[in-house]
Design a protein around this ligand. Structure first.
Ligand code: MG
Length: 527
């Protein structure tokens, strides 16, 4: 099938932090545990900006989120041919994180986790049979979820989103119904509106029919179109959405010229910055690219040494620079936290049209490092000390971190985002990250678990239906990620104590999660 904690100083935050710290302290030793509990988990210690005199203004928050960009696709992350001077500069004067994760190796669950600070298995925004949302989706982003945009709206922020949503295309699921004042973008992936090809429902029927020959024919034809993309092969809808006089107004342009998307998102983002004035704002730019099919503006055609994929990444780099310039011109650069990241690893099956995860193993769709560790840069001139950070962080933590950074004494407690940690102290003072552990889920199953430098695989599997078959390991695999970032050498037999420790940590984690039924799979149930 095709592709396709809370930062407030609230009682709830303290509870989450304290319980995690208690577990850590018991397991990693008194000294380290004590240090962590003081430097990382104490809400007061973790948020130096709470001092109103030092930081009287609420900072603007800008999240720039590439689609399917691999860990190795930026010059600052080691790509030899793709030139990304703007993101590299952001990393040079800000922070380049080496161990930053998304909560899922595919689009929709990853995006849901970023916006809610909750694991996909906790929100239900995932699937076991269907891995992402498809067009005409009846069960998009649940209204019960509190998004980062909603939480920031409550604090007086203007909120704008310019780019790909992929959390349901039903009227109640769209971004303007979940905290964004305005949205300009595509509702799902750019390869979901094929012209002259079977749609989602037809593919499901075909898949259930067992007609393997016909399926192979369709997929071969699609592969050829991905490899030599033309705009006429797809008809992505581009939606402009806002609320006027109490009513939602959604205007659809279809088809949208895909080669214009990165540029138009950028232009709309800059307009949003300029009209926000002195009002604090949350700007979310989830680029449609470099998810295949790859399209770029004419001025980027053939620009990169790295082929069409390189052109597309270099246009995103241009966009990051243009948004930085706009922040500078608006006089708000030094009061703005900018985060650049990617929603999952590279789509390796696309060959030259997909990216690379550098020295990390595998890519999109898997729970290997290449699927879920993503290039991530934080920048806030004058506030963040610069450097390379090799602490563990996750998009799950952005909710908590942003809530902490934007909190004023009058703000109500926030109880959302329970799967994240407040990374403020790590960002501002380079202390140890409060996140010492990371679960790796595929659908509703825990495939792997990281604690400190160690990662344990309970189940391994290739992406989609390709490559390595699903294998459950009676003796889990164990890798030391610092010494072996490519997950090549299983050292389980050598470290029985580490094995016991990680098994216990993963079991504790599993006990803490009440797994919800997968929303995506509801489409396969009889209605
Ligand atoms: Mg993606």
């Amino acid at each position: 099938m095709q592709d396709s904690a809370v930062g407030s100083v609230s009682g709830a935050t303290t509870y989450v932090c304290a319980s995690v710290c208690a577990k850590l302290c018991a397991k990693v030793g008194m000294l380290i545990g004590t240090l962590l509990s003081i430097t990382a988990c104490s809400p007061q210690a973790s948020n130096p900006t709470l001092n109103a005199a030092a930081q009287p203004q609420r900072p603007n928050i800008v999240v720039l989120f590439a689609d399917d960009m691999g860990y190795g696709d930026l010059s600052s992350y080691g790509h030899p041919y793709i030139r990304t001077p703007e993101i590299d500069e952001l990393a040079r004067q800000g922070q380049r994180w080496t161990d930053f994760y998304v909560a899922s190796s595919v689009c929709s669950p990853s995006r849901g986790a970023l916006l809610t600070g909750r694991l996909p298995v906790r929100t239900g925004i995932y699937g076991n049979a269907i891995r992402v949302y498809f067009p005409d989706e009846p069960w998009g982003m649940p209204s019960s979820e509190v998004t980062l945009a909603e939480a920031l709206q409550d604090r007086g922020y203007k909120t704008g989103m310019f780019g790909k949503w992929h959390l349901g295309d039903g009227p109640d699921a769209l971004p303007t119904r979940h905290g964004f004042d305005e949205w300009f973008g595509v509702p799902y992936s750019n390869d979901m509106n094929w012209v002259g090809e079977p749609d989602f429902e037809a593919l499901v029927k075909l898949s259930m029919s067992g007609d393997v020959e016909k399926q192979a024919m369709y997929y071969a034809r699609r592969s050829a179109k991905y490899a030599e993309p033309k705009e006429s092969y797809w008809e992505a809808p581009l939606i402009t959405s806002r609320k006027a006089a109490g009513e939602y107004v959604d205007t659809i342009e279809q088809p949208a010229a895909q080669s214009t998307l990165t540029k138009r998102y950028t232009e709309e983002a800059i307009k949003f910055i300029n009209k926000s004035g002195t009002n604090p704002f949350f700007l979310y730019v989830p680029y449609t690219m470099p998810h295949t099919p790859l399209f770029r503006s004419p001025e980027f055609e053939g620009k990169s040494l790295g082929g069409r994929y390189g052109d597309v990444v270099e246009e995103i780099d241009w966009s990051v620079g243009a948004i930085q310039d706009a922040l500078k011109k608006a006089g708000v650069l030094e009061n703005t936290l900018v985060v650049f990241s990617s929603d999952n690893g590279p789509w390796l099956k696309m060959h030259e049209e997909g990216g690379r995860a550098g020295l990390l193993r595998h890519g999109k769709g898997t729970t290997y490092e290449g699927g879920m560790r993503v290039p991530t840069v934080f920048s806030w001139p004058g506030t963040l000390p610069s450097g390379v950070v090799s602490e563990i962080g996750s998009t799950l933590d952005l909710f908590a971190t942003v809530m902490a950074l934007t909190k004023m004494p009058e703000d109500a407690a926030v109880t959302s985002g329970v799967d994240g940690f407040d990374l403020t102290a790590t960002l501002l003072e380079k202390t140890a990250s409060p996140r010492q552990e990371m679960p790796f889920y595929r659908g509703g199953s825990l495939y792997a678990y990281r604690k400190g430098p160690w990662k344990m695989h309970f189940i391994t599997e290739g992406a989609y239906d390709e490559g390595e078959k699903r294998t459950k390991h009676n003796i889990p695999q164990l890798y030391h990620l610092l010494r072996d970032p490519s997950e090549r050498f299983d050292v389980a037999e050598k470290y029985p104590e580490v094995m016991a420790d990680l098994l216990a940590a993963a079991a504790d984690h599993q006990q803490s999660v009440d797994i919800q039924p997968p929303l995506f799979d509801r489409r396969l149930m009889p209605r």
